[in-house]
Every structure is written in structure tokens, then in C-alpha cells.
Write a protein that binds this ligand. Structure first.
Ligand SMILES: C[S@@+](CC[C@H](N)C(=O)[O-])C[C@H]1O[C@@H](n2cnc3c(N)ncnc32)[C@H](O)[C@@H]1O
Length: 269
């Protein structure tokens, strides 16, 4: 099992590395999945020392977990994502939370902002899916103020969720030429190479506590967009079987419920 097997994750970009070819992330119900990982947004916003009045860009914001957390602290937030559907959901959730956020459709590899635009640039398990890592890193740096800070989070390859992505990669179609695994963003060497030696790292876990392995598998297989796309690509049965095998491996509970931890790497510079 190698990192290269996680290529199916690049989703909307998986047929052409340089193009947004479909709204893969808009399929399923990412909003429901995002509710289980809000702690990542809280860690990032805290680690980036987001304060009232700061300008904050949340790259690949999805349904807005980190954007809303930053705006609730009084920051002037822009949330950017290339999924029109998720931006529409984020806009609704921002309004429900009673915060004022600018929501934009756009590509993390080509950010529609001037140099030095933001005090804080953050991404919670989002930037990792843009296929060209060097371009993405350069864009994060370019739009960040020189006295500002970039804080990003990515699943680690050795953690449970890293393993899940790799297992499912083994049953998906071969990667396009030039593919770099999203999980490389969860390794210190790769992030240092992209963002420089001054990066500080922390490891955190998302704790998942679910009524049962089977109900969780049903939930994820029908709601998590990359799983929905993979089932359409290679068939439900093999995806379900592979996913259930992985759930059994990572389950730490012995009382019929499901408990597991998903490790992620936070990089701050
Ligand atoms: C796992 S979700 C994370 C969303 C959100 N940051 C959160 O914490 O829930 C990954 C997100 O990356 C977005 N994404 C993937 N590739 C992108 C790209 N090249 N540019 C912008 N957004 C991208 C997807 O649309 C999706 O919303």
C-alpha cells in the first residue's frame, strides 16, 4: 500500500489535473460529514491566532466550518471553494450562524486575490485535494501577508483516515499523469519542501464515536462525496466491502459501537 494509491481523492480534478471538470464534492451530502470534523476548524483558528478585525482566507472551505469559526471571532472572512454546491450550502450556514462572510467559487491553485491580501490563510483538509501541490503552496504564500500566518491541516498517511484513503485507492482507476497524493500534505518533509524550513507542526486526532460500524459505513458510503463518486466508478459492492474491512481494522470499541481516531497534521508558518 503506497501513497500513490490515494489518487481517487482528487475528485473533480481526477480526469485532468489542471481543470475543474465536475462538481464531485457537490455529490452526496458533505455538510453532514463536515459536522463530524468541526474540531479541525477550531484547532486551526486557535493555532492561527485569529482575532477580531483580521482578514482571513479559508481555502477549499467546503460548507464553511473554519470560515464560520473565524467569523464568529470577529474576523473579516473570505471562504473559497471550487464546488458551487458547497459554496451555496456554506452561504446558508453562514447566514444561519449570523456571520458576514464573502463566499467565492475558485480554485486553490489560482487564487483570485492580490499578493499580501490576508492576515491569515487557513485550510482544513481542503488544500490537500488540489492536484498541483507546488502551485497551491505558492498561492497560499502569495496571498498571505508577509507578517501573517498560514495554518493548514491534512490527514496523515499513517493515521486511520490516511489508511482508508489508500485502501480505497487500491480499487480505483489508475492515477492521471503527474499525480501527487493529497496525503503528502500530511508529511512534514513534503510540507517543509513546499512552504520552507520555518514550518511548525502539531499532530491532532478527530475522535469518532458512532452507534455501530454498519450504520457509520452506510452514512459515509452515501454521504461522503469521494465515496459516492468511487461507488459510481467501480461499483457499490467492492467499495462497501473494502470500506467495511477498513472500519473493522480501525475500530477500538468492543461493545458493538464504533470508536476510532483520525490523525491529522497541522502545519503553521
Ligand atoms: C474534505 S473537504 C474539506 C472542506 C472544509 N474545509 C471542511 O473543513 O469541512 C475538501 C474540500 O476541498 C474542495 N476542493 C478540492 N479541490 C479544490 C480546489 N482545487 N480548489 C478549491 N477547492 C477545492 C472541495 O470542494 C471540498 O469542499
Amino acid at each position: 500500500m503506497g501513497l500513490e494509491t490515494a489518487h481517487w481523492l482528487i475528485g473533480g480534478n481526477r480526469r485532468r489535473l489542471d481543470a475543474m471538470t465536475d462538481d464531485m464534492w457537490g455529490a452526496g451530502d458533505y455538510q453532514a460529514v463536515a459536522q463530524k470534523v468541526t474540531s479541525i476548524a477550531d484547532v486551526l483558528v486557535r493555532r492561527a491566532h485569529v482575532e477580531s478585525g483580521m482578514t482571513v482566507l479559508d481555502v477549499a472551505c467546503g460548507t464553511g466550518n473554519a470560515s464560520i469559526a473565524a467569523a464568529e471571532l470577529g474576523a473579516r472572512v473570505t471562504g473559497l471553494d471550487f464546488s458551487p454546491h458547497l459554496i451555496a450550502v456554506a452561504r446558508e450556514l453562514g447566514a444561519e450562524a449570523n456571520v458576514d462572510i464573502e463566499w467565492l467559487e475558485g480554485d486553490a491553485q489560482s487564487l483570485p486575490f492580490n499578493d499580501d491580501s490576508f492576515d491569515r490563510v487557513i485550510s482544513a483538509i481542503g488544500h490537500m485535494f488540489a492536484p498541483d501541490h507546488r502551485r497551491t503552496a505558492d498561492e497560499l504564500r502569495r496571498v498571505s501577508r508577509k507578517d501573517g500566518c498560514i495554518a493548514i491541516a491534512c490527514w496523515t498517511p499513517e493515521g486511520s483516515i490516511g489508511a482508508m484513503f489508500q485502501r480505497l485507492g487500491e480499487i480505483s482507476a489508475p492515477p492521471p499523469p503527474g499525480f501527487q497524493s493529497p496525503l503528502l500534505w500530511g508529511t512534514e518533509d513534503h510540507v517543509r519542501e513546499l512552504l520552507g524550513d520555518g514550518v511548525e507542526f502539531e499532530r491532532h486526532d478527530v475522535e469518532f464515536d458512532e452507534p455501530s460500524a454498519a450504520s457509520y459505513a452506510d452514512f459515509m458510503l452515501t454521504r461522503f462525496p469521494p465515496l459516492v463518486a468511487l461507488r459510481a466508478d467501480v461499483g457499490d459492492e467492492i467499495v462497501r466491502e473494502t470500506y467495511l474491512r477498513w472500519v473493522d481494522e480501525v475500530n477500538e470499541a468492543d461493545d458493538g459501537t464504533l470508536r476510532y481516531r483520525g490523525e491529522y497534521l497541522v502545519a503553521v508558518t
